[in-house]
Design a protein around this ligand. Structure first.
Ligand SMILES: Cc1ncc(COP(=O)(O)O)c(C=O)c1O
Length: 459
């Protein structure tokens, strides 16, 4: 900040010498790290350096990124599942150019793009989910569901699953399953109850108490470590919720938009939710957008009058650009058979990983559906706080350092290496990944022997 004789300068003076968008495009990692450390969060920069991500990425397209030295990196994380169509999908970018001059935000105006995207979503679900609320992220979709179900029923108790991840705003956090993220923010929402994931009998027992408004659950738990419940779990959940007149909220923020080989993961189980939550790849990772879908009668009970229709709103929710991106993303997913590719490529990848598992003692388990895959790795002795003894983090570093592959572990379980490439991934990328993993796991066996495997990670 420019100060002359103790006087703070004019706005013009104060921004003098700061980077324009064009300048920022040519910033190196060190420039970015300096700014990020000073003004955002220095520890995130530390983590980035620790993993080895200290590169100046310049360009991204499809499954690949390129750094300032022209090196190419394979993305097997895809923005935690936000880039189902890969980086910079051409048809989505084209849609944004098409709406360039159309008003993006006009409050109290029925934006045709919001209406059109809602129609796509309603058509693509069972059509029983007839009303849509647009917001800007996964956690906001979850907040919308909490408010909707309470307002529609007058009941309070929200039931959720151990290990669940629904976001980090106060409501979503209250029904997420990791104490470490919750503790500093207490008290969170009262009137919540937690049940073990995958245990229908436990759910039945809690719902029998008669005070629950809704059960919120991920069809496959992502951040808990890609936990796929036993066949029939979701069907039982649906039945139990119906028996006790409790609403079923499915959080498909991560599993939705083709990730598991169907547009929505619940299709595998032939059930329907009362409330469906979407975000991440809904805007192809180009525009932030979230959505909550629900049945007409539930929506009407909560918001169906002129007095109640403004009880839950969002400034940016349903803006033109986000919805245009959503329309183009859905059309591309369907017309280019991207969902089928996720199913087939995922099956191939899982089958090869299962074979690989037999050769490596550090690889404890492989599981997943479509291109949502998790691998549990052994745990090491020595508890650096960031690592919690997780070999998965070491593998993430080596995949990046040696093979220029971007990956990560899961947020609520550091023992699990996640595989979540863009759904457009082909055989070339899959073979490259498998060869790289083979190489890194060979070293991991040696590394684990040196560091002594402390205990078997929870599989
Ligand atoms: C299942 C699920 N729900 C909700 C969220 C929260 O989404 P956001 O980070 O956009 O708030 C996530 C994020 O990873 C998620 O995986």
């Amino acid at each position: 900040m420019s100060k002359e004789n103790g006087r703070i300068g004019s706005y013009r003076e104060r921004i003098q010498g700061l980077g324009s968008v064009e300048d920022v495009l040519s910033f190196r990692f060190s420039d970015a790290a300096k700014l990020y450390s000073a003004y955002l969060n220095p520890y995130l920069v530390w983590i980035s350096r620790f993993i080895g991500f200290n590169k100046s990425f310049r360009h991204a397209s499809g499954c690949y990124l390129e750094d300032s030295k022209g090196s190419r990196y394979l993305d097997f994380l895809s923005g935690f599942g936000s880039l189902n169509l890969g980086h910079e999908p051409p048809k989505v970018l084209e849609a944004l150019r098409q709406v360039e001059h159309y008003p993006n935000i006009l409050q109290s105006y029925p934006n045709p793009f919001a209406g059109a995207l809602a129609q796509y979503l309603v058509r693509l679900t069972s059509e029983k989910l007839g009303k849509v609320f647009f917001c800007n992220s996964g956690t906001e979709a979850c907040e919308a569901a909490i408010k909707l179900t309470r307002a529609a029923t007058g009941k309070k108790v929200l039931v959720y699953a151990e290990g669940a991840f629904h976001g980090k705003s106060m409501g979503s956090l209250s029904i997420s399953g990791r104490e470490r993220y919750k503790k500093p923010f207490a008290p969170l929402l009262a009137d919540t109850k937690c049940v073990p994931y995958g245990d229908a009998d436990a759910l039945d027992k809690v719902l029998r108490q008669g005070d629950a408004v809704a059960f919120i659950v991920e069809p496959i738990q992502g951040e808990a470590g890609v936990i796929v419940p036993k066949n029939g779990y979701l069907k039982s959940v649906r039945k139990i919720c119906d028996q006790h007149k409790v609403l079923l909220i499915l959080d498909e923020v991560q599993t939705g938009m083709g990730r598991t080989g169907r547009l929505f993961c619940y299709e595998h189980d032939a059930i329907e939710p009362d409330v469906l939550l979407l975000s991440k790849s809904l805007g192809a990772g180009v525009m932030p957008i979230g959505a909550m879908l629900t049945k007409n009668e539930i929506w009407s009970r909560a918001y169906g009058s002129i007095e109640k229709c403004l009880l839950h709103t969002s400034t940016f929710g349903g803006n033109t650009k986000a919805c245009a991106a959503g329309i183009a993303a859905i059309r591309t997913l369907i017309s280019e058979n991207v969902i089928e590719n996720a199913a087939q490529t995922g099956e191939l990848l899982i089958s090869k990983l299962v074979v690989m598992q037999k050769r490596f003692t550090v690889l404890k388990a492989v599981r997943g559906r479509g291109l949502m895959i998790g691998m549990t790795l052994a745990r090491l002795k020595g508890n650096k706080p960031i690592m919690e003894g997780a070999l998965a983090l070491w593998v993430v570093r080596q995949l990046f350092k040696r093979h220029k592959i971007i990956s990560a572990f899961t947020l609520n379980n550091y023992d699990v290496l996640r595989i979540a490439p863009p759904l457009i991934v082909g055989k070339t990328e899959v073979n490259f990944y498998l060869n790289a993993l083979e190489d890194v796991l060979k070293s991991a066996e040696k590394f684990a022997r040196l560091r002594l495997v402390k205990e078997t990670a929870k599989v």
